[in-house]
Design a protein around this ligand. Sequence first.
Ligand SMILES: [Zn+2]
Ligand SMILES: [Zn+2]
Length: 311
Amino acid sequence: MARNSFLIIYTSSRGGLEDSAGPSFVPHFPLLIFNLFVRYNLADLHTHSFCSDGLRTPAQAAEEAHQAGVQALSLTDHDTVEGIGELMLAGRRLGLDIVPGAELSAHVRDREVHILAYCLDWQDPQLLEHLGLLRRRRHDRGMAIVEKLNHLGISLTLEDVLNQANGGMVGRPHIAAAMVRRGVVSSKEEAFDRFLGDRCPAVVPKPYTSAMDVIGLIHQVQGVAVLAHPGIMPEAVIAQLVEYGLDGVEVYHPSHQPLQIEYYVKLAENYHLLQSGGSDSHGEAEGPRIGDCGIGCEAIEALRQRSASYA
Ligand SMILES: [Zn+2]
Ligand SMILES: [Zn+2]
């Protein structure tokens, strides 16, 4: 299994705009190991496009990966598989190994976690139905947040927000962007600090989705369930997810410090979990770029073998 194959670790972090339980980060200087040789064997298994909250098309993501010398790529948009078809086509043209993926939100022990699904049958009707339901829920939540903002005297319409989402999924970052555009706040950070953050006046809790159900669904469509960017997470939560059938853990992520990486490598061994890694690049100028973090391509073989065992 791939281990310590490739990593660049970033230092600083900040409270974030990602509409998620996930960490966000402002990468500055690569700190550690950058082995040029492993560029020839690099898989970036965590990226985003317009289809969720990224700032690029899936084809542009493939192009960026190619430019960065990445060998294998997975697009893991939040709660959608919409970009995979386009990515496959672009990947084929550029000679990239494409791993079908998605990043699904779930809850375990009152905590929101992100579960990466790899090698899944992304055209399965049952999966598409589930994702359609999530999309409607996101839309409804977006509407509820806009209503709350209106009650707070802020004039904003759902249309303003949808314009920011480019036809993709609606999330708080799009609402923040619409607020900046309307001149209600001067930055997205301010929108989160004053209105949209977790303890702020316009908060609308995300509907509860059980991690057990999400992992079950991923397995039903031959997917491999990998815990995304665990960051600092109690081991009991991970043990619970393992009990639900979790297959792997994202060891390499720009938000993980060297000690965390070491910790998760050990944890993966102790719980017999597969390992994955990726940049979580959204295409923002100040965020990580595709290929800035990843794992050796041999990790993909392990994911594919696990997926085949669910067929
Ligand atoms: Zn995430
Ligand atoms: Zn992500």
